[in-house]
Design a protein around this ligand. Sequence first.
Ligand SMILES: C[C@H](O)[C@H](O)[C@H]1CNC2=NC(N)=NC(=O)C2=N1
Length: 96
Amino acid sequence: MNERLSDTGRKTVLAPLFDTGWEMVEGRDAIRKTYKFENFVEAFGWMTRAAFYAEKWNHHPEWSNTYNTVEVTLTTHDVDGLSSLDAKLARKMDGL
Ligand SMILES: C[C@H](O)[C@H](O)[C@H]1CNC2=NC(N)=NC(=O)C2=N1
């Protein structure tokens, strides 16, 4: 069962993500990041690749796309806050 990240878990898995541009969402236990691409095709291609992992891991982002920009928010609805799955998906998104 996936659980909300502990204080120690937050230090180890969230801190590196903050270094890559992720930030806490104000008023929510969630993280967000804005990705910029060359154009719409690059942005949507990246979303498609990310969507395969989201589906494979049954962990889905809140996101929106405008032309070359994708705004992503990650949180775990089942635990009403951040879990290790959010960190896992964030790391994957950064690597795609
Ligand atoms: C029933 C289904 O497995 C759950 O609702 C899954 C689907 N995708 C999910 N995605 C996210 N981000 N959080 C969840 O808690 C979650 N739960």
